[in-house]
Design a protein around this ligand. Structure first.
Ligand SMILES: C[S@@+](CC[C@H](N)C(=O)[O-])C[C@H]1O[C@@H](n2cnc3c(N)ncnc32)[C@H](O)[C@@H]1O
Length: 231
């Protein structure tokens, strides 16, 4: 596990949080009726979401049956393959990651804690034998052309770079990508300072974000947009 995450988690167990989470915590049952689920590729690597989180995200996808999914931050593809596995047969999972050779050429600074996850030999090796529904995209989320996907995404997973400028960028992207009724899930709330600070600010100041929910036992923040109107 990344040293920064270990330090934050250790501090958090003693009640010390540099940016205290303020988004209301809700039990998963408020979000998803049944979490009994067997994800695939259960073994996690440093950088992956926890198994409990993998079950939660898989259960949300199974319940909502999204046709179009977008993930920022593929990493080894362990979550990606589960997004594909639990979505309908004709669904498409788009997943974006920053190639390691682009480190040093990004719009915003990539924090040291993030560099280790960018600097890897392959992107998405966990789904490579089962990639039918998955479309791998490459680029920096701050400069990638997301326009073709605007208003089309049913389920969005934000788990790319964790510095405040990137979390703001990726959050604005997510709001543009989802269709009315679409869902956004952010990872690392309460763990990474940038994520916690930015989502706290959205919760306090942005009218769209009054209904954000922090899913108990996870680092996920959940948002479901209004079915009727665009954000
Ligand atoms: C913590 S990992 C993602 C974990 C993965 N979503 C999972 O659930 O297992 C973060 C990923 O974001 C990617 N990333 C970092 N900065 C990025 C950027 N500016 N644009 C796109 N992807 C980025 C990294 O290369 C890394 O693979």
């Amino acid at each position: 596990m990344n040293i920064r995450v270990i330090i934050y988690k250790t501090l958090a167990t003693f009640g010390i949080k540099r940016n205290k989470p303020i988004i209301p915590e809700v039990p998963f049952k408020e979000i998803v009726s049944n979490i009994e689920i067997e994800p695939i590729e259960k073994k996690g690597d440093d950088g992956n979401i926890t198994l409990a989180e993998l079950k939660t995200i898989s259960a949300i996808v199974r319940q909502n049956q999204p046709n179009k999914v977008f993930e920022i931050g593929t990493f080894n593809g362990r979550t990606t393959i589960n997004l594909a596995h639990f979505s309908p047969q004709n669904s498409t999972v788009f997943t974006l990651d920053l190639p390691k050779q682009d480190l040093g050429h990004t719009k915003f600074t990539i924090e040291d804690g993030d560099k280790a996850y960018v600097d890897k030999e392959t992107i998405g090796d966990r789904y490579k034998n089962n990639a039918d529904k998955i479309i791998q995209l490459y680029g920096d989320s701050a400069t990638f052309d997301f326009k073709p996907y605007y208003g089309t995404i049913d389920f969005m997973f934000v788990d790319g770079a964790h510095s405040a400028p990137y979390v703001i960028n990726d959050t604005e992207v997510a709001f543009k990508l989802i269709r009315p009724g679409g869902i956004i899930l952010w990872h690392d709330y309460g763990i990474w300072r940038g994520v916690t600070k930015v989502l706290n600010n959205y919760f306090k100041k942005d009218a769209r974000c009054k209904e954000l929910k922090h899913i108990e036992g996870t680092c996920f923040v959940y948002y479901k947009s209004n079915e009727k109107k665009l954000n």
